[in-house]
Structures are given as C-alpha cells and as structure tokens.
Design a protein around this ligand. Structure first.
Ligand code: HEM
Length: 378
C-alpha cells in the first residue's frame, strides 16, 4: 500500500517492481498553443506528485472545496492508500510532427532520431483508433481503482488541451522487473518475465534501457523509449493445443518456466543443444530462441506488459491478450529488429494478432518540486 517516490533521476514506473494493475492512456493534443501545452504538463506534474503520494489530485481535494464548484479531485480514491501508484509520461512522434507534417509546438528539431516511426511488421492488423497518440501516461498500481482514478483526473485536468485517444486496462502483470518478485503468468499460462532486464542489473540497464549522455538529443538523457503493442491472443485455439506443442512454441516448460532441456526457471538457454534426431532441443521457431539476445546481436528489452480481457468479441470468444510494453534505449536497435524476426518466424504467431501500437519518448525523471514533465524539451 506504500508510496513510490515521484522525484528522481529516472521516471518511476520503469524499473519499479511491476505493480499488479495498469491503466494506460494515449492522448491527442487538441490545441496548437505551445504555452497551453506547457502549462498542462506543469499542472499534470503537480497532480501526479500529489496522487502518487496518496493525496487528492488538486490542492483543495474531493470534498473540502466550495459546494457550488466541481471538486479538484473526483473522489473515488478517498480513503485508499497510495498502492504503489506510479505515473510515467511519454511523448509520441506526432507531438513533433503532426500527421500533415506540421510542427505545431516548435519542437520538430528536437525529435529524437530513435523516435522513428515503427515499420509495418508482417501480420500487423493495426487499428488506428487504438494506436499512436501525442502523449501517453502509464499508471501502474496495486489497486485498479487507484490507477483509474489517476488517469481520470489527468484527463479531467487536460480538458480543452488534450483528448483521450485510446486507453487500456491491464488486470495482471506479465513481467517481473526485479529479482525480488516471483514471475507471473500470461494468459497462455506460461511464466512471463523470466529473462527480463531487472532493476538490479545496473550495468545492463545503462547499456540497454536508459538513454546515455551523447546518445542525443540531450533532453532525453536519463529517459527511455517505450513501445506498446496491443496483442490479441486467440486463447480458444491455444487451449485446444497439446501441452507438448505449447512448450515447443514457447521454448520453455509450462510448470517451472525452465528452458526446454533445462531444470530450473533461471537456467540459461542452451541454444546449441540437440535431441536424439539431431534437431535443436529449443526449436528454431520457438519464441524464446527468436527473442533471445544471442539471436538479436545482444539486443535486450525491459518488458513491462499486462494481461487484458476487454469483455468478449460477440463471436463467443474472449477479447483477451497481452498489452505488451517494452522500455529501451533505442527501438531501432532493440524492438524493431526483434519484432521483425518474431513477425517472420515465431511459431506463436498462429495464436497472436497485433491490433494496436504505440511509440513514446519517456523523458528523464522530475528532479525537484519546480521541475515538470518534459521541461528540458520545451
Ligand atoms: C520471452 C510470451 C510477445 C520479446 C517470453 C517468454 C514468454 C513470452 C512466455 C518466456 C519467459 C521470459 O523469459 O519472459 C510472450 C507472449 C507474447 C509475447 C504471450 C504476445 C502475446 C513478445 C514481443 C516481444 C517479446 C512482441 C518483442 C518484440 C521477448 C523477449 C523474451 C521473451 C526479449 C526473452 C527471451 C530470452 O532472453 O530468453 N515471451 N511474448 N515477446 N519475449 Fe515474449
């Protein structure tokens, strides 16, 4: 139920041990006025600092204000603890150049080269209405009401400056970002997050997660790039697949999470081992082989995804899947080559459909009380 510190060198919500619940939102900026946008970022930062400390969004609060005015907090988190709430902001490519190429806010020359639009991947079935966005906020907490309250209040504060483009609830983490956490399971029933980058891997985090001095642009130093993918999982088909087939698709043992041919969950993958007939123990088209750093010139990701079920699809199937989120130092060298390989060869594709996509530059942390989200950018 405790609070996660809001101020710091890096934004919270990235290496913070993954909380249980997610409410993610992408906004479009509906003003062309730079000062209005900057004022909103300042106001959001103050509200985020308060809410992550377990307080009301505004200084007056949900119930202490004048009876004739709408309250500066909506009230549904009254009495709830901070619940590990983190709020993490990101800037999408369209903030720098809108779809017609216009530089609405005079920041086009500050667009990071690493924030290059993602290519089309084989099999993509993206729906534009649940993709993209000028800004995003990731709210993670151990209580879903706390995460939803935070996003709702940011949207309320942003009225007239931003509008919600899409949002996604996640009900269970599919990743560990710390060695103190047990590995959770995704909706295929497999442990997910075993080989993730973890908060304790400080030198790997410098190498693969945080934008380093000299990477450019300077305003992103200490930040990270976020790729989101809404991935529908056809679980009804998966559920009719044999256990052995499921394990071959993933490349790990369902019970323990150990790699095929290994014993313990954290045993290293032996990509060279071969079975009786000379075929690899970890199949060539298995997910873990294709996603592994040895197959991808050493590229790694910090995965921070969530399970979702958005009701059912009207055809007797659950609208289930994984809201994939991955943080990294440069998507051009990490997510893009890994996903290109997975899209072409992964046996798991038979059960997956990528329906939403997002790319965001998440600036470094807010360092002092007068600092605000994206100050170095504006
Ligand atoms: C590993 C499931 C999508 C990248 C894993 C593992 C599972 C899994 C069960 C093994 C446990 C672990 O090490 O975490 C899924 C499911 C997906 C999905 C169900 C879609 C719904 C993706 C995507 C990417 C990705 C889109 C990146 C483009 C990775 C990486 C690993 C991994 C890098 C670790 C590989 C290693 O180093 O051994 N995934 N995954 N996954 N996945 Fe995925």
């Amino acid at each position: 139920g405790g609070a996660v510190p809001f101020l710091g060198e890096h934004q919270a919500g990235i290496t913070t041990p993954a909380q249980d619940r997610l409410h993610f939102v992408a906004f479009d900026v509906i003003t062309d006025n730079r000062a209005e946008l900057v004022d909103l970022l300042r106001e959001w930062t103050r509200a985020a600092a308060r809410m992550t400390a377990g307080r009301d969004a505004g200084p007056v609060g949900a119930v202490a204000g004048p009876a004739e005015a709408p309250p500066d907090d909506t009230g549904e988190a009254l009495g709830l603890p901070p619940s590990g709430l983190t709020l993490t902001v990101g800037f999408g490519p369209t903030l720098f150049h809108d779809p017609s190429g216009r530089d609405r806010f005079g920041i086009a020359d500050r667009r990071p080269p690493a924030l290059a639009d993602l290519p089309h991947f084989l099999g993509d079935a993206l729906d534009a209405t649940i993709s993209g966005g000028d800004l995003c906020v990731q709210a993670c907490a151990h209580d879903p009401q706390v995460a939803v309250h935070a996003i709702r209040n940011l949207a309320r504060i942003g009225f007239g400056v931003v509008s919600v483009r899409w949002s996604q609830l996640g009900f269970g983490r599919t990743s560990s970002t710390s060695r103190q956490q047990a590995t959770p399971r995704n909706l295929f029933g497999f442990k997910d997050g075993t080989a993730n980058l973890k908060a304790e891997d400080s030198s790997l985090l410098r190498q693969h997660l945080w934008v380093q001095p000299g990477d450019g642009p300077e305003w992103m130093t200490g930040g990270s790039y976020l790729v989101t993918r809404k991935i529908r999982m056809t679980i009804e088909t998966w559920d009719r697949t044999s256990l052995a087939e499921q394990e071959e698709v993933v490349g790990r043992i369902k019970a323990t999470g150990a790699p095929l041919g290994g014993r313990g969950e954290f045993d290293r993958l032996d990509l060279t081992a071969t079975g009786a007939a000379g075929q690899p123990v970890i199949p060539r088209d298995s997910h873990v082989r294709l996603a592994h750093p040895d197959t991808n010139d050493g590229a790694r990701l910090l995965r921070r995804g969530y399970n979702f079920v958005d009701g059912s699809d009207g055809l007797g199937r659950l609208g289930a899947g994984l809201f994939f989120m991955a943080y990294q130092r440069d998507p051009r060298r990490q997510f893009v080559p890994i996903q290109t390989r997975l899209a072409r060869h992964d046996a798991m594709n038979e059960y997956l459909r990528h329906v939403g996509s997002g790319l965001f530059a998440c600036p470094p942390g807010v360092r002092a009380d007068d600092d605000y989200w994206g100050r170095a950018l504006f």
